[in-house]
Design a protein around this ligand. Sequence first.
Ligand SMILES: Cc1ncc(COP(=O)(O)O)c(C=O)c1O
Length: 429
Amino acid sequence: MADYTSINDTPPGWYAGGLDHIWLPYAQMKTATPPLPVVRTQGSRIQLADGRELIDGVASWWTSCHGYNHPHIRQAVERQLAAMPHVMFGGLAHEPALTLAKRLAALLPGDLTRVFFSDSGSVAVEVALKMAMQYWINRGVKTRRRFVSFKGGYHGDTTGAMAVSDSDDGMHALFAGLLPQQHLFDLPIDDASDAALDKLLAQRADDIAGIIVEPLVQGAGGMKFHDAAVLKRLRAHADKYDLLLIFDEIFTGFGRTGTMFACEQAGVAPDIVTLSKALTGGTLGLAATVASRKVFEAFWSDDASKALMHGPSYMANALACAAANASLDLFEREPRLDQVAAISAALANGLEPCRDLKAVKDVRVMGAIGVVEMARIADLDALRARFVEKGVFIRPFGNVIYLTPAFTISPDELKTLTDTIVRVLSAGL
Ligand SMILES: Cc1ncc(COP(=O)(O)O)c(C=O)c1O
């Protein structure tokens, strides 16, 4: 790893002593820029060990939608910690999980009413895939075991989730051909791509369990947007060929695209939805795979072999469920979706000057997601460091620079983020 001197100052003891034992995410450990030591977070601020404070443009991979350390969530977690941090969910149940399940069922569209809790987004996707395959097995159909997924899609880092992510273009390209074979397709964004998808389904529906898509925004695959018509087409295909439709709302859920769930913009409900990230307001790891009545009924039987055999040790963790309930309180009590609309307008306005820059390929905004797509970013590490020097935490990947701030970010903080992007790009990469 490059040495710490690239950051500044002397690192704290815990940092120097521990770094040699850490394996960092998405990093070539030999050459990776060392991570910034953080000691506190508050609102949209990240405080570093050397005293610097960064304005956060990422909200910790889009999780902390209410800003860091929101007092309402903190108090709920503290109360829960005193009563019961965790108890296994096999044979035992607790109020925070059951209340949360009921609230999620009430919030979600359609009859998505059965909630299976797990601990991360990738696992929620694994559960969704497993549920969909077993839905068919339980109905006596053994051949339907593949999924249709889409180019540019990303559904997580575990094996099943990697298999339905874009293997050609995505971060898991090394595994192409080694994972269970799926049908990777172009999103049906127009009549031609829709007809091509229909042709595949007409030929192969017998071996397909379901279709999985990130509704409206393909996030980690490049922050690519599509419109609501795509989701309507997918619902129509799923109905025509009797396939299960899975919406992965792990990125888009809880207001990020401007509505509580992205699929609301299409007026379409999936058969299974996956949720995580902002579910706990960025406080603790928690995920949910929520099944419609139709899916659940395929498991409802006197036959024990039709049960869903899944149960992570930390499923429905009580602290995480308390945080999630508190996060939902905040969506009810505070004007989050109005804040998202205001952020959307400020992002569009603030990033607009980037459009005139030569190296910029596209500028796009949806909800509280602002994207500047470059023709190419030659040195990601240098660009990330440039942002930190300017007092902001923005973490471009591939050829995109993006902002996914907390919905509680102040107009001044947001302006600093967009102005910094404009200034840094204007000076040339
Ligand atoms: C759409 C989507 N699905 C799944 C995941 C995986 O979630 P996790 O990182 O919690 O495993 C992500 C993470 O970025 C995501 O954006």
